[in-house]
Design a protein around this ligand. Structure first.
Ligand SMILES: *[C@@H]1O[C@H](CO)[C@@H](O)[C@H](O)[C@H]1NC(C)=O
Ligand SMILES: *[C@@H]1O[C@H](CO)[C@@H](O)[C@H](O)[C@H]1NC(C)=O
Ligand SMILES: *[C@@H]1O[C@H](CO)[C@@H](O)[C@H](O)[C@H]1NC(C)=O
Ligand SMILES: *[C@@H]1O[C@H](CO)[C@@H](O)[C@H](O)[C@H]1NC(C)=O
Ligand SMILES: *[C@@H]1O[C@H](CO)[C@@H](O)[C@H](O)[C@H]1NC(C)=O
Ligand SMILES: *[C@@H]1O[C@H](CO)[C@@H](O)[C@H](O)[C@H]1NC(C)=O
Ligand SMILES: *[C@@H]1O[C@H](CO)[C@@H](O)[C@H](O)[C@H]1NC(C)=O
Ligand SMILES: *[C@@H]1O[C@H](CO)[C@@H](O)[C@H](O)[C@H]1NC(C)=O
Ligand SMILES: *[C@@H]1O[C@H](CO)[C@@H](O)[C@H](O)[C@H]1NC(C)=O
Ligand SMILES: *[C@@H]1O[C@H](CO)[C@@H](O)[C@H](O)[C@H]1NC(C)=O
Ligand SMILES: *[C@@H]1O[C@H](CO)[C@@H](O)[C@H](O)[C@H]1NC(C)=O
Length: 695
């Protein structure tokens, strides 16, 4: 009997649990999307976080500017979660919600669609404003004319007391709109009388205050649980040299002052407000492609040194430059400490004095129009400007270059060098900023008018610059990159060899096409295929280029850049078979036709972690000397919509519950006191009271 009861109780409770599961499924509907998150520097926190158990708010769709007034006029059923289209996600509107309505707002949902959108950039008007040549900077956030991102809103540098959730698929947006129309849209004043469609956003960030506090808390020795609240932003820089460098035994490892380098650099990262979204096409991928195309061309036209003491070229891609120049600051720091390249590389370390000239590529929004910025006057800068103009007109590439000596320099990696020594020989190649979507989710392939050529042709052969292109229109992005890369490579060629470049062969627009396709559209592309080992899985989406907190060298954009350098800058060694091509610098690549080829490579990686986070340096957090950006940890980001019962409904339920409880007490009391009347003498009582018969 007992066993039977027990089993039926178990079955009943199982039934209840499964039923409950079905009820939650009915009550909640997941919404796919991503969220804004927290980053901190030494003194501030930026970004947003939800409550620990998620933030709940009644959905209120904002369609026109006037709809915002609803939140400022004592809305009936707070808290609310406004659903805002991108064109209304302006600094004015969001700051007004933050400052004057944060008591009735528990979250914001941003819907993503490019319709009617003129500008959308959350970066500051002066990116990296506090880490450049502080004294000399004249970039002004109040003066668009004099700023490097005139369309910036600076929301990326703000902290919000509520989460901001991005929903960018139409299907998910429709779900939210439907729910709003059905339950919330009518009779707004009476909203508190009925059940309302609400959203719950889960994006709790464990870090707070600033990097210093957070790092200290994470390092606190707690033997029960090692909790990490935040991680320094970190990644890897990728570099390659045009000519291989001598391999030397460790004991002879010291700087050779005779070794001379020209550095061609740009950044490889980008950022945006939302986790995992932000292709950075115009903002950083175009100069990135120009650097890779130039490196390829130069390695083809100048495969080996003509004289033994010839100047070498270092192609450097810095990571994390969007966050106060993490990669280049570390690069300079390593140069100063004899740590670049790292000891394990078996080559001589380099020092700042080995760098004869630095060409740093900034944004290239208008490809016809290049400004060559430099902080001081020096001969190489003028020579470089003249060479660029010369080759542009020689091949009628229609690129105007203007030398500009000024203190207000574009926010690029060169600042990290000039900050150490203002007379450092650096030139920044930058076109006037015209990107309306800098560091935003909309800086994508459409922003640069990219149309994939899909030529299926060999992207490693050079092009005749005099012949018209069969694949791309004259003003396409591929042709623009080809044109700039060609004159850059020719100028470098002449600076290194002292001879004019006399051939007609220039950079490959097909290479630019394939590179952009892999990094903007999908990794299932010919270029990545040519460097990936057999049977490796390639995903149908592009790599993320936000620096993030990668502790191991596995960021895909970095791994591919490393491989592409090997394929394009590394020289082919036709005589070495695969089995003898296993130890770096010899690396085996499948190649375009997947027949396989051995390359003698020169590329490698270096750490991109701010010097502020090097252990035992006792960094002064308030000095502003180095980047101090960290990213909060979080467990999961999700959102779901559900029907929140009205306050009346809840009060009613509570009242009924209380009444039932009250009556049940009375009934139990009555039954208890009158039990002998109700049930009579129980047989068990008799058994206990009678004395045992057989004693
Ligand atoms: C907030 O309201 C105050 C007073 O109405 C006003 O002065 C202020 O400009 C508002 N803040 C924003 C960001 O609109
Ligand atoms: C944690 O454990 C280490 C040794 O395992 C000990 O030295 C240290 O004092 C402990 N710290 C705390 C806070 O208990
Ligand atoms: C050069 O580029 C400008 C745009 O910057 C364009 O107006 C002009 O027609 C071009 N000239 C030639 C010869 O292509
Ligand atoms: C700055 O660089 C110049 C030349 O590159 C050099 O002569 C000078 O000594 C450097 N100054 C410092 C403070 O390192
Ligand atoms: C490129 O061309 C190939 C065949 O020529 C085709 O299968 C593929 O779908 C094309 N890719 C794109 C993105 O158009
Ligand atoms: C690139 O150069 C060609 C001449 O070879 C010119 O016709 C074309 O307009 C240029 N395109 C761009 C985008 O600069
Ligand atoms: C790749 O996969 C094919 C079939 O799936 C297999 O025959 C081949 O051995 C694999 N190659 C390598 C290098 O693993
Ligand atoms: C490959 O390396 C082995 C051992 O070093 C050597 O004996 C062999 O000749 C090499 N093969 C070729 C084709 O160079
Ligand atoms: C890159 O550096 C590592 C040491 O950190 C070295 O083992 C490796 O051979 C280098 N790669 C190339 C291609 O030179
Ligand atoms: C840290 O830097 C700040 C600002 O430059 C300075 O005022 C302070 O004295 C420094 N602290 C130490 C301990 O050096
Ligand atoms: C941290 O960021 C805030 C906002 O972007 C800025 O005002 C502040 O100066 C920065 N602090 C440091 C040390 O860079």
């Amino acid at each position: 009997m007992g066993v039977f009861l027990y089993i039926s109780f178990l079955l009943l409770s199982l039934l209840c649990i499964s039923n409950a599961q079905r009820i939650t499924d009915k009550m909640f509907s997941q919404i796919a999307g991503t969220s804004c998150f927290r980053r901190m520097n030494a003194t501030h926190v930026t970004g947003c976080s939800s409550e620990f158990r998620g933030s709940h708010g009644v959905i209120h769709v904002v369609k026109v500017q006037e709809d915002f007034e609803f939140f400022f006029n004592k809305p009936p059923s707070p808290p609310y979660a406004p659903v805002i289209p991108p064109h209304l996600f302006t600094r004015e509107n969001i700051m007004r919600l933050k400052e004057n309505a944060s008591d009735v707002i528990s979250g914001i949902v941003l819907t993503g669609s490019l319709k009617n959108l003129v500008t959308f950039s959350h970066e500051s008007k002066c990116p990296n404003q506090f880490s450049g040549l502080i004294a000399e900077q004249t970039c002004s956030v109040n003066d668009a004319e004099n700023s490097w991102n005139p369309f910036g809103t600076g929301l990326l540098q703000e902290e919000f007391p509520f989460p901001i959730f991005l929903v960018d698929t139409e299907k998910e947006v429709a779900k939210i709109y439907d729910c709003f129309e059905k339950f919330n849209k009518f009779n707004l004043d009476g909203q508190n009388m009925r059940s309302l469609c609400s959203i719950e956003i889960n994006s709790f960030m464990s870090a707070a205050v600033n990097s210093q506090v957070c790092i200290r808390r994470s390092n606190m020795q707690n033997n029960l649980s090692q909790t990490t609240f935040c991680d320094p932003l970190q990644g890897r820089n990728v570099f390659a040299t045009l000519f291989p460098r001598e391999i030397i035994p460790p004991e002879e490892r010291r700087v050779d002052p005779e070794e001379k380098f020209i550095v061609l650099s740009t950044r490889m990262d980008t950022t945006s407000m939302f986790d995992g979204e932000g292709p950075g096409a115009m903002g950083s991928l175009v100069p990135y492609t120009v650097l890779m195309t130039t490196a390829h061309l130069l390695a083809k036209i100048l495969p080996e040194k003509k004289t033994p003491d010839q100047t070498n070229v270092l192609f450097a891609l810095f990571n994390g430059e969007s966050f106060d120049y993490i990669g280049s600051q570390r690069f300079v720091y390593d140069l100063q400490h004899g740590d670049f390249p790292n000891k394990a590389h078996q080559t001589r370390p380099l020092a700042l004095d080995n760098i004869k000239f630095l060409i740093d590529l900034g944004v290239l929004d208008t490809i016809h129009n290049l400004n060559l910025f430099h902080a001081t006057d020096f001969a190489t800068a003028n020579e470089f400007g003249q060479l660029m103009s010369k080759y542009s007109s020689k091949f009628s590439l229609n690129i105007t270059t203007i030398n500009r000596m000024q203190k207000n320099l574009p926010p690029t990696s060169a600042q990290s060098f000039l900050r150490e020594n203002i007379t450092f020989p650096a030139v920044i190649v930058n076109s006037p900023p015209t990107n309306h979507f800098y560091h935003s989710i909309f800086d994508d392939e459409f922003n640069i008018n990219f149309n994939y050529g899909n030529t299926s042709r060999n992207f490693l052969t050079l092009e005749d610059l005099e012949a018209p292109s069969a694949d791309f229109t004259a003003n396409s992005i591929q042709m623009g990159i080809r044109n700039i890369s060609s004159i850059l490579a020719f100028s470098l060629y002449e600076m290194i060899t002292g001879e004019e470049y006399r051939k007609q062969l220039g950079a490959s627009s097909i290479f630019a096409d394939e590179f952009l396709y892999c990094f903007l559209v999908t990794a299932q592309c010919p270029l990545v295929d040519a460097i990936s080992p057999d049977n490796s899985t390639l995903y149908p989406f592009p790599p993320s280029r936000y620096i993030s907190v990668h502790r191991s060298p596995n960021q895909r954009s970095m791994v591919w850049t490393y491989g592409i350098f090997g394929l394009t800058v590394g020289q082919k060694m036709p005589d070495i078979p695969r089995e003898n091509c296993t130890i770096p610098p010899l690396i085996w690549y499948p190649g375009i036709d997947r027949q396989g080829e051995c390359h003698r490579t020169t590329q490698n990686i270096s750490l991109a972690v701010s010097p502020a986070f090097i252990k035992d340096t006792n960094y002064n957090w308030t000095s502003g000397r180095y980047s101090t950006w960290t990213e909060s940890t979080w467990s999961a980001i999700s959102a779901r919509i559900f029907l929140r019962p009205s306050a009346h409904h809840e009060a009613m339920t509570l009242a009924i519950g209380l009444i039932v409880m009250f009556f049940s007490f009375i009934i139990v009391y009555l039954i208890n006191t009158k039990s002998d009347v109700l049930f009579g003498n129980s047989p068990s009582q008799e058994v206990i009271s009678t004395t045992p018969a057989r004693c």
